[in-house]
Design a protein around this ligand. Structure first.
Ligand SMILES: *Cc1c(COP(=O)(O)O)cnc(C)c1O
Length: 428
């Protein structure tokens, strides 16, 4: 038997998970716009429902278009499997669901997307879960936050919006020593810039809404498993290691090995929580992901140019971009995200809150929106929008202080992006 070639990233982003449609030969992955799939016979149906055979039953669980996307992202991340969800926030709940239970907690970075801070500090309490926020640069604080009810450590590879890069290797070592999975939100880095599994992460979550789709068309999310965590090493993960009553006492880890987490996420998570991605959304994201590396190269190139220009501007107090030598996290770029520090950063204006509001009202090319990772350059004043629900202390910890504006640099001509900021800053 010949070995499958070890394709590079640029090849995999176009091909992984897909093949010509077996029924028609269609070269592009069809949008399987169907809810249900015809069983061959009663025995086939029974085998599918018993998880004895893998196949399609109902699109809340799996759909061929969505499966291609899940496999594509899993391949780009170097994982064994994964699922797609209706949004990035859905993916976060889905990622925690097999691990958590009433009374359990997740140790999470203080430097997270504002919506995630709200989801973790407020909404998950309704499930009896809780989050303990720590500065992930304070490794003793991370260790101290872990107790016998902790079930995961959660961080972002490149944190949105503070221009912060997490020392994934250091967190993975702590997680390992404690027998816990490390979950990394890789949304702002993408697998092109950072591969968390190479640094010891267990699970990766994505908001596919952002760079993976890349053009601001659909919301979506993904949870990818490295397949490397031993769910049976302790009794802390009974959903995966103990008999599952809803499947006649089946033990997921014993039965499915490295695919246990993925199977559980489909057979229990998607089945019962229903946070399913629809095939249209998967189609748009598959279109976007084909050019991921090309876009990320341009995003990063432009971000370096714009950040360097802003840093020298007299009205700018500071720029927080790890791609600049002035960043305290600049020396982590080569190790954690060697192809660049992303295209999302913040800068502080000497004029404070008022100047920030004036700036966002004066741009023309930039769009004032609560999004990131679009081909278009985007601007937002986090303190009055995405981070509005946070306390002032949380805003500062998240890198969204009142005098700070966030940019998501697009793939337009860098000179045009800079010219737009120049005319807007002149009005501040
Ligand atoms: C946008 C975002 C999310 C949430 O994703 P949605 O698709 O909007 O639900 C989570 N994490 C990060 C880093 C994000 O940028």
């Amino acid at each position: 038997m010949s070995e499958a070639p070890q394709y590079g990233f640029d090849t995999l982003q176009v091909h992984a998970g897909a093949r010509p449609d077996p029924a028609t030969g269609a070269r592009q992955t069809p949008i399987y716009q169907t809810t249900a799939y015809v069983f061959r016979d009663a025995d086939h149906a029974a085998a599918l429902f018993n998880l004895q055979e893998v196949g399609y039953i109902y699109s809340r669980l799996t759909n061929p278009t969505v499966s291609v996307l899940a496999e594509r992202i899993a391949t780009l991340e170097g994982g064994v499997g994964g699922i797609c969800c209706s949004s990035g926030h859905a993916a976060q709940i889905m990622a925690l669901f097999p691990l958590m239970g009433p009374g359990r907690n997740v140790v999470a970075s203080t430097r997270l997307y504002g919506g995630t801070v709200t989801q973790f500090s407020q909404t998950i309490k309704r499930f009896g879960w809780s989050a303990r926020f720590v500065d992930t640069d304070d490794l003793d604080a991370v260790r101290a936050a872990i107790d016998e009810d902790t079930r995961a450590i959660f961080c972002e590879a490149i944190a949105n919006p503070g221009g912060y890069i997490t020392d994934l290797d250091a967190l993975a070592a702590i997680a390992d020593a404690a027998g816990l999975p490390l979950i990394v939100d890789n949304t702002t880095a993408t697998p092109y810039l950072c591969r968390p599994f190479d640094h010891g992460a267990t699970l990766v979550v994505h908001s596919t809404t952002k760079y993976l789709t890349g053009n601001g068309t659909v919301t979506g999310g993904a949870v990818i498993d490295s397949g490397r965590f031993d769910w049976s090493a302790s009794d802390r993960f009974p959903s995966l290691s103990a008999p599952e009553p809803a499947y006649h006492g089946l033990k997921f880890h014993e039965t499915f090995g490295p695919l246990a987490y993925t199977f559980h996420s489909i057979a229990v998570g998607l089945r019962d929580l229903g946070m399913t991605m629809n095939p249209q959304a998967a189609h748009y994201t598959l279109m976007g992901i084909e050019t991921l590396s090309l876009r990320m190269q341009r995003h990063v190139e432009n971000a370096v140019r714009v950040a360097s220009w802003l840093e020298a501007h007299p009205k700018v107090e500071a720029v927080t971009y790890a791609g600049l030598p002035s960043s305290p996290w600049h020396d982590r770029v080569a190790r954690i995200c060697p192809k660049g520090a992303g295209a999302l950063f913040t800068f502080a204006l000497k004029g404070g809150y008022e100047a920030c509001v004036k700036l966002v009202d004066s741009v023309n090319l930039f769009s004032h929106v609560a999004n990131l990772g679009d081909t278009r350059s985007l601007i937002i004043h986090s303190a009055s929008t995405t981070h509005r629900q946070l306390t002032p202390e949380q805003q500062v910890a998240a890198g969204a202080a009142p005098n700070v504006v966030r940019l998501s640099i697009g793939i337009e001509d860098a000179a045009d992006i800079i010219a737009d900021l120049e005319q807007a800053l002149a009005k501040v």
